[in-house]
Design a protein around this ligand. Structure first.
Ligand SMILES: C[S@@+](CC[C@H](N)C(=O)[O-])C[C@H]1O[C@@H](n2cnc3c(N)ncnc32)[C@H](O)[C@@H]1O
Length: 255
């Protein structure tokens, strides 16, 4: 029996420029790509001759269910194909990459996992927010805002202070996110940011305080919430975010 292979790949926040070299190589070589809603489908054009299928869903939408995705991966690999499963950020950070790995292992399909730049650190970095700036934050807590009761349980286990909290899937649940943080001792004036559509041309950054997070205008694009004093560092570092050697006029090899 021919057995194919599955590469579970993290695509990073958006721009294919942030794919790892290994990810780009596997995508180029693949026969079939199944990609998520938050990966940049346009970025696949010209980078692979694989057949590409969207299997993603955005928050609140109906999409292909997880069990069907497992079956698609297994069935396609069993036809001897090299399958790429492309996910936003890192596959193992709130990405269901583990569920897919477990399903493949149970089916006896060989696979690999290629890490990607998680939006939990990539989105703040692109906005000029260093999540563990020395002397300001000595820890990072990455949580999902999707289920408020779980969020509260996680937050109640840590003391507010020299810690940065990054909330994924929390934009639509900002009221609950703020309530949970305040209940767990976070001050209303804690510096807070939202980075939406990071690494895309639509990237936007809002900064304020925890108590103004609820009223922040940030649209419907996917975004991360960053809570902690490191947000203040953006005043210095953020001024340079988005620049490249080319945009400031540096000529490579120049003297
Ligand atoms: C299902 S989680 C996937 C997380 C992903 N595995 C990671 O490591 O970043 C989806 C959440 O990732 C965040 N996200 C994804 N793409 C983003 C982007 N380009 N900019 C900001 N946040 C993004 C949002 O919080 C979104 O609700």
């Amino acid at each position: 029996m021919t057995v194919g292979f599955v590469s579970i790949i993290g695509a990073g926040p958006g721009d294919p420029d942030l794919w790892t070299v290994r990810a780009a190589r596997r995508i180029a070589e693949a026969d079939v790509v199944f990609y998520d809603a938050l990966t940049d489908a346009a970025g696949l054009v010209g980078r692979t001759s694989a057949r590409c299928f969207s299997v993603g869903k955005r928050a609140g939408e109906r999409g292909v269910c997880q069990q069907t995705i497992h079956e698609l991966l297994i069935r396609t690999a069993r036809r001897g194909k090299h399958v790429v499963r492309l996910k936003s950020g890192d596959p193992f950070v709130f990405g269901r990459g583990a569920e897919e790995s477990i399903a493949l292992a149970a089916a006896g399909i060989p696979f690999e996992v290629i890490p990607g730049v998680s939006t939990a650190i990539g989105a703040p970095a692109l906005a000029g927010i260093p999540v563990t700036h020395r002397g300001v934050a000595s820890g990072l807590l990455v949580v999902s805002g999707h289920r408020p009761e779980i969020l509260r349980g996680v937050l109640s286990g840590v003391r507010p202070g020299r810690l940065t909290v990054v909330v994924l899937m929390g934009i639509a649940r900002r009221r609950d996110v703020v309530a949970s943080l305040v209940e767990c001792g976070w001050a209303l004036e804690t510096p807070t940011a939202i980075v939406t559509a990071a690494a895309t041309t639509a990237q936007e950054v809002w900064t304020g305080r925890l108590d103004t997070l609820i009223s922040a205008e940030c649209g419907l694009l996917p975004g991360v919430i960053v809570v902690g004093d490191v947000v203040g560092v953006r005043e210095i570092v953020g001024r340079f975010a988005g620049q490249t050697a080319a945009t400031v006029g540096v000529r490579h090899g120049g003297s």
